[in-house]
Design a protein around this ligand. Structure first.
Ligand code: GLU
Length: 300
């Protein structure tokens, strides 16, 4: 592959079929990469095996193909990369900042909420496990770390990790590696230079930047797109059973995703074929037109 631009990616969790919200993230990251003459990689975030289904992953791949997405290289599957995450966790241990934690969710119930809904960790097991308690999870000691994200859509985000998130989980009590660790290791291994995804993950970005720094990985550029909400203001998600995309009718959904992202496809594009739609979209993509909102109702 000999492309000049950056390298982007789409990283769906195969817990159900793709819906309009996932299409927006796929379209935004794909166009951002292709517009710059760059590559676009695909990764299945199937780490949480109990929540994932093989049939959903197949369905996602078939839907992306039917929508005319073309990805570079092999698809990466997180479920096959346990040893890579384990090596990264060992490297973090070497920094002296990883500690075992015995706290249950119930014991943390009085804590405030981090941006992703996790509980802000009060530091209970930082200096060692309380007597008689067994380790459950591994956490990263955060200290007073102020992280700045310069987001190409949302602008500047400053997060004080210690106050707003606290020591966060790297290895979960159920034995699974945490999303924050896996995503950083994978983006690093895949050489991703540009992360374009939904703004629901903006609040996780400072944690990911801290992990990049501790693992000596470069920090990619970030662009967080507005998340699609339904008429009731609820974020579309597989869990809320958002309507699956129809692989037999990709063009209306694609045009709708382009409009959601502030692009202005001409009316006659509805009569074009898939190749024509993508040709127009790549040629006319402007990140500057994407609305600077974390969430947007659609249809508006
Ligand atoms: N797997 C995550 C999701 O489906 C996306 C993670 C990311 O883009 O960093 O929401």
């Amino acid at each position: 592959m000999n492309k000049t631009g950056g390298r982007g990616r789409f990283a769906p969790s195969p817990t159900g079929p793709l819906h309009f919200g996932s299409l927006v993230a796929a379209v935004g990251s794909f166009l951002d990469a292709r517009r710059s003459g760059g590559e676009w990689l695909l990764r299945m975030e199937d780490l949480d095996r109990p929540r994932c289904r093989d049939s959903a992953a197949d369905d996602i791949l078939r839907t992306l193909e039917a929508f005319g997405f073309e990805w570079d290289g092999e698809v990466i599957w997180q479920s096959r990369r346990g040893s890579v995450y384990s090596d990264a966790l060992e490297r973090l241990r070497d920094t002296g900042r990883v500690f075992a934690c015995a706290c249950t969710r119930r014991e943390l119930a009085d804590s405030g909420l981090a941006p992703d809904g996790a509980l802000v960790y009060p530091g209970t097991c930082r200096l060692g496990l309380p007597p008689g308690k067994a380790p459950r999870a591994d956490r990263l000691l955060v200290a007073q770390t102020r992280i700045v994200v310069e987001d190409a859509v949302q602008g500047r985000l400053v997060q004080n990790l210690a106050e707003e998130v606290g020591d966060f989980v790297l290895l979960r009590a159920d034995g699974l590696f945490a999303y924050q660790l896996a995503v950083v290791v994978d983006d690093g291994d895949q050489g991703i230079t540009r992360i374009v995804r939904g703004a629901d993950l903006l609040g996780s970005t400072p944690r990911q930047i801290l992990l990049q720094q501790l693992l000596d990985l470069p920090t990619p550029g970030y662009a967080h797109l507005p998340v699609v909400a339904d008429a009731a203001g609820e974020k579309l998600s597989k869990q809320t059973r958002a309507a699956p995309l129809d692989p037999a009718r990709p063009i209306p959904s694609l045009l709708s995703a382009l409009r959601f992202l502030g692009q202005a496809p001409p009316a006659e594009l509805a009569k074009a074929d898939l190749t024509g739609v993508w040709r127009w979209a790549i040629e006319h993509w402007q990140l500057a037109r994407v609305p600077r909102r974390r969430q947007l109702q659609w249809p508006s």
